[in-house]
Every structure is written in structure tokens, then in C-alpha cells.
Design a protein around this ligand. Structure first.
Ligand code: GLN
Length: 486
């Protein structure tokens, strides 16, 4: 029999609902697992043992009194430290927010808690979600559970590592240019970036508001679907959340693949994909074909411009969003400055790390008068062309498939000296954010003992097809059963 910390969210909820196990027992099992493994992985910035046990006991009392088990009853979750939980610190992996405690809870977290999930901690991340390795955290790097000398990916590396190391069955991340899908791939777990607008951004500290989305990490597509059904939906506190009905995603999981068309942009995959990663990708396509799907080639001609476009749009929005961290309203304030301007300057100088400063400078530049038309406006036009590429591709196919990343997990320190190399880790993930479409990353085997991710992209608001294909793939291959030995 599996230990409680090895169970999926679906199985935990089933046992809790059947009164076979209490929420407190489940919470304790995961807190014990965290105590044993966390010193090696460093996935968390904050572990909330007392809060978690208190909530678990309260839920146990409600269940004992005869209440029906909510959809995520007793499921432990970890939350990326960019999402607010009332009264607890939110650091965004930055020193500038030191001491800040938000007076409200992010809608995404509130929805999980209302569904019976138990928040066990806040996870490590690249500062303000800027990065692909979690090495930009002001506090510590997180390690990849498959090889502790390697990065877990980023920026949601703490959440991905926590799920991979069986510290929690489910975690929340955010994805602005790949920060859910890329760490999911590098850690061998499932990650979903929902359609822009599917999940409320209320209580999410903004990086690039037109790109940011909240989404789940899990080990199975079934669990990711269960969490998505709770997370998604319009929110009066976020005017960009979409007023679209949210299906019960579980309904999509049994779909077969007969007649499904999978589009592959071979022209974009040619160079730069490491050989074994490409081999796993080709095998995944073969497995999907064997299960009834048809693979067709699609052209996405503007994708080679996606990284450049992303780093203009994202930095422009970041420079504006991060202007509020000035030493006055939140967190860190520099010592005894002589005047207001010096106080702003010193607080920001001490509070922000190098990557955040680089992006504020770049974003301010592309928005400055004289350069706005040449950079920002042009990037917006290319963004539209990328969106149209996908619209056209989805006339010929139902999902687009690529490897999630060009290589498996790289070594700690390997890319920190070369920001451009780091940016290229997201070459296959950023197009979905620019186009606003949903994306799913699934484990598709190992390369040199390290996980490889298969990325599936879908039509806007068609998470169901992604989940259906992902579930069929997991039934056929069971690559998701592979676990690191951490
Ligand atoms: N790695 C990308 C960046 O640094 C994406 C980050 C994200 O999705 N939050 O911007």
C-alpha cells in the first residue's frame, strides 16, 4: 500500500470522502515528508504546519458532523509565493517585499481553500517570476529532485519541485512566458497554463498583466483537471477574468483520440532541440498516433520572433507594474535617506536583484518616447501575427505539439552568467502567452535520467481537448509513474 504522501489528489479526496482517512492524517503525512526531504530540495519559503493542521482538523469536524466532502477535501497544496494569502508574508522571491503581509487572499487560493484544499506552504520562485531556473530568488535556489545539482526550472520552480518530490500532490504556479510548463517539464510533472482570462489574477502580484495566468501542477492529468475545475471561472475582482462557463473538466478525461489532429511545427523545431529530447518527442507523437490521433505539419511562421516580442512586451509591463515598489507603500525601505528621491532610489537598489533591474531598465527603454514605435508598438503587431498563426494552425489541427523545452534540466549556475541563454529555455512556451491560448506540459520519458516534457497547445478556452489528450496519453504510456529517488 502506498504511503499517504504518494497518493494523488483524486485518491486523497476519495479516501477522505469515504472517511477512510482524516484530513489531519493526510496533512501530517505530507508535513512529515516535507520535514524529511525539504532540506535537500529547498522548494519552500514558508511551511505552514500549524495553519495546515488547524484547517485539516476543522474540515474533519465538519465531515464528522455529516457535511458532504468538497471536491478537494483534505488535498494538501503548495502555493507559489507570488499569490497572496491574507496575513501571511508574500515575498515574490524578493527582498523589496520583506515584511509585507497582504490584507486579502488571492481568488485562486480562496477557491482551493473553499473546495477543502489545505495550504501547507508558500514556494520558492525567481524574483517577481522573472527567470527560468529559480536561481533569481533572493533567498535560495531550489534543487531539481531528479538531480540535486540541477535547476528545477522556473520561475515556479519551488512548486514544480514540491510536486515532483512528493511533498504535495498539487501546487499552484503562474505562467507569464512558461513558468508553469517549463518547470513542470524539467521536474517530470504535469503543468497547465489556462487560457488568458480563465483564472482570476486577483491577489496575484503582477509581472506582465497581459500574459500572467495562474495554473496547477500535479502528477496526473486527472488531478490537474480536478484542480482546474475549482480554479477557473469569472471573478468580479478581476475585470480581465472571462465570463465563460467552466465545464467539469473531469468529463473530458475519457475521450478517445480517434480523428484528433495533432499539428507539429517542424519548421520551428529543427535546430536547437537536444537529440534525446527530440527523440522522446517523436516517440510521444508515435504513441499518440497508435492511440488514434493523426499527426499533421503546421506552419507557425512568426514563432522565431516570439522570444524577442515577449521580452519587449513583458519588460514593458513589468517596468510599469513594479513602479509601485518604491519603499513607501510595501516592505523594505532604505535606512536614513536625505530626501525622497534618494529613498526611492536606495530602496529599489537594495530591494531588487539584478534580473529585475535589467527588466525595469529594458522595459522603461522600450516605452520611452522616441523608441515606443520602434519597439513596443512593433512588438504588439508581431504579437497579433503570432496569434493569427495559431488561429490558422487550428483550422488544420485540434492541438499543436512541441517539446516543452529544448533541453532537460541544466546545472545550477550553468546559465546565470548569460541572460540570453536563460531566455532561450522558454522558446517553445512563450508563444502561448503572447497568443493567450492554453498549454499543457506532460512527462514523456527521460533523457539521460532527466525528465522531458511534451507540450500541447489548444484553441482559446479549449482546455478540455488538452486534458482529454493528456489523459489518453497518460493511460497509454504511464510515463508519469516515474518518480525521482530523492
Ligand atoms: N522565464 C520567463 C521569464 O523570465 C517566463 C517567466 C514566467 O513565466 N513567469 O520571463
Amino acid at each position: 500500500m502506498s504511503a499517504l504522501f504518494q497518493l494523488t489528489a483524486t485518491e486523497i479526496r476519495r479516501r477522505v470522502a469515504a472517511r477512510e482517512v482524516s484530513c489531519e492524517e493526510v496533512a501530517r503525512a505530507h508535513l512529515d515528508r516535507i520535514a524529511a526531504v525539504e532540506p535537500r530540495v529547498d522548494a519552500f519559503l514558508l511551511v505552514l504546519a500549524d495553519r495546515a493542521l488547524g484547517r485539516a482538523r476543522a474540515l474533519d469536524r465538519a465531515l464528522a458532523a455529516g457535511e458532504a466532502a468538497p471536491p478537494l477535501a483534505g488535498v494538501p497544496v503548495a502555493v507559489k509565493d507570488v499569490l497572496d494569502v491574507e496575513g501571511l508574508p508574500t515575498t515574490c522571491g524578493s527582498r523589496i517585499l520583506e515584511g509585507y503581509r497582504p490584507p486579502f487572499t488571492a481568488t485562486a487560493v480562496a477557491r482551493l481553500e473553499a473546495a477543502g484544499a489545505i495550504v501547507v506552504g508558500k514556494t520558492n520562485m525567481d524574483e517577481f517570476a522573472m527567470g527560468s531556473s529559480t536561481e533569481n530568488s533572493a533567498w535560495k535556489p531550489t534543487r531539481n529532485p531528479w538531480d540535486l545539482a540541477r535547476v528545477p526550472g522556473g520561475s515556479s520552480g519551488g512548486s514544480a519541485a514540491a510536486v515532483a518530490a512528493r511533498l504535495v500532490p498539487v501546487a499552484l504556479g503562474t505562467d507569464t512566458g512558461g513558468s508553469i510548463r517549463q518547470p513542470a517539464a524539467l521536474c517530470g510533472v504535469v503543468g497547465i497554463k489556462p487560457t488568458y482570462g480563465r483564472v482570476s489574477r486577483y491577489g496575484l502580484v503582477a509581472f506582465a498583466s497581459s500574459l500572467d495566468q495562474v495554473g496547477p501542477f500535479a502528477r496526473t492529468v486527472e488531478d490537474a483537471a480536478a484542480v482546474s475545475s475549482v480554479l477557473c471561472g469569472a471573478d468580479p475582482f478581476d475585470s480581465t477574468s472571462a465570463a465563460r462557463a467552466v465545464p467539469d473538466f473531469a468529463g473530458a478525461l475519457g475521450r478517445g483520440l480517434d480523428g484528433l489532429r495533432i499539428g507539429v511545427p517542424w519548421g520551428f523545431l529543427g535546430e536547437g532541440v537536444e537529440a534525446q529530447t527530440l527523440a522522446r518527442f517523436r516517440e510521444a507523437l508515435g504513441d499518440l498516433e497508435a492511440a488514434g490521433a493523426r499527426v499533421v505539419e503546421v506552419a507557425l511562421p512568426h514563432l522565431p520572433h516570439a522570444i524577442a516580442t515577449y521580452y519587449i512586451v513583458a519588460t514593458a509591463e513589468a517596468s510599469s507594474n513594479l513602479a509601485r515598489f518604491d519603499g513607501v507603500r510595501y516592505g523594505l525601505r532604505s535606512g536614513e535617506p536625505s530626501d525622497l528621491g534618494t529613498m526611492y532610489g536606495q530602496s529599489r537598489d537594495r530591494g531588487f536583484g539584478a534580473e529585475v533591474k535589467r527588466r525595469i531598465v529594458l522595459g522603461t527603454f522600450v516605452l520611452s518616447s522616441g523608441y515606443y514605435d520602434a519597439y513596443y508598438l512593433r512588438a504588439q503587431k508581431v504579437r497579433t501575427l503570432i496569434r493569427r498563426d495559431f488561429d490558422r494552425a487550428f483550422e488544420a489541427c485540434d492541438v499543436v505539439a512541441t517539446p516543452t523545452t529544448p533541453t532537460p534540466a541544466f546545472r545550477l549556475g550553468e546559465k546565470t552568467g548569460d541572460p540570453l541563454q536563460m531566455y532561450l529555455a522558454d522558446i517553445f512556451t512563450v508563444p502561448a502567452n503572447l497568443a493567450g491560448i492554453p498549454g499543457l506540459s506532460l512527462p514523456c520519458g527521460l533523457a539521460g535520467g532527466l525528465p522531458v516534457g511534451l507540450q500541447l497547445l489548444g484553441r482559446p478556452f479549449d482546455e478540455e481537448t488538452l486534458l482529454g489528450v493528456g489523459a489518453a496519453y497518460q493511460r497509454a504510456t504511464r510515463h508519469h509513474d516515474l518518480a525521482p529517488a530523492v
